[in-house]
Design a protein around this ligand. Structure first.
Ligand SMILES: NC(=O)c1ccc[n+]([C@@H]2O[C@H](COP(=O)([O-])OP(=O)(O)OC[C@H]3O[C@@H](n4cnc5c(N)ncnc54)[C@H](OP(=O)(O)O)[C@@H]3O)[C@@H](O)[C@H]2O)c1
Length: 261
């Protein structure tokens, strides 16, 4: 059965496919293969410059648009309201879709007031071009501000066994907001951790599968591993058939606390 996250009455596949640093034909082939493998949550961004390739792969897959949870992001340069509208329209055009499931503010704002960007995105939401709004790289203080201005479905943050995000995660879980864990295997670094490797041997799984399972086994947490390698795409997707024990979950949670990271 597909792993899902339910928040605010919406459902998102807990296992997504990240596309940062995938470009051109390689990106299109990787996304096409990811969809064939079963991924139904795709993460892109204006900044990744691969929306056209992601869109082509989605259309060629034959999978219905509404069966894919499609996420893109607006870069801070485009946070002023008029630019945010144009950037969102440009994402829709490049992807070749009528709507996005989720549009995120890629980073906290530098100069534009948060409410200005969220209001511009909320207009697009009312027009049906964006189903949900979200943010990325926000801590609890900024989240407190953001939820005053809009319904925030997710906060996409760097989260993996080497990074303690307990405060932000608890804040979001307590308010029915999804955490989308990016760099969920710490770009490979988590795979060398001794505790992860020991648990992987015990479970007869790969270290990457243990990292991903630890994340999706937490309440309201989704993951978006990136993999240019076909075998990685397949094994990362195969995490539905095992469970980490409470002790194993706690052991992995303790890694970042011990490292102080
Ligand atoms: N919101 C933000 O600010 C933000 C920032 C960073 C990333 N993201 C999103 O999160 C996605 C994932 O993060 P990420 O790309 O930084 O890091 P990641 O998914 O933690 O790691 C990707 C790296 O791990 C390797 N890998 C993947 N699966 C593996 C496996 N099973 N065994 C061994 N190695 C494996 C990949 O190699 P191969 O490619 O060779 O398979 C790649 O080098 C991005 O693609 C992007 O969509 C968002």
């Amino acid at each position: 059965m597909a792993l899902t996250v339910r928040v605010q009455g919406a459902t998102a596949p807990a296992l997504g496919f990240g596309t940062w640093r995938l470009a051109g034909e390689a990106c299109e082939a990787a996304v096409a293969d990811a969809i064939a493998v079963g991924y139904r949550h795709i993460d892109t961004a204006r900044m990744y410059q691969n929306e056209a390739e992601v869109g082509r792969a989605m259309r060629a897959s034959g999978v219905a648009r509404e069966s894919i949870f499609l996420v893109s992001k607006i870069w801070p340069d485009d946070f002023p309201a008029d630019r945010a509208r144009k950037a969102a329209e440009a994402s829709l055009a490049a992807l070749g879709v009528d709507y996005l499931d989720l549009m995120l503010m890629h980073w906290p704002p530098r100069t534009t007031p948060l409410e200005e960007t969220l209001a511009a995105l909320a207009e697009l939401q009312e027009a049906g071009k964006i189903l949900h709004l979200g943010v990325s790289n926000f801590g609890p203080k900024l989240m407190t501000e953001a939820v005053k201005h809009a319904h925030i479905l997710t906060n996409q943050i760097e989260y993996h066994p080497l990074k303690n995000q307990s405060e932000t995660v608890a804040w979001c879980q307590g308010r029915d907001i999804m955490i989308t864990a990016y760099s969920p295997i710490a770009r490979g670094a988590a795979l060398r951790d001794e505790t992860i490797r020991r648990i992987a041997v015990r479970q007869d799984k790969t270290p990457a599968q243990v990292c991903l399972r630890w994340l999706v086994q937490q309440d309201k947490v989704a993951v978006i591993p990136k993999a240019a390698t076909p075998e990685h795409r397949r094994s990362n997707f195969a995490i539905s058939d095992f469970q980490l024990s409470e002790e194993e979950m706690a052991e992995i949670s303790a890694i970042a606390q011990k490292r102080g990271s």
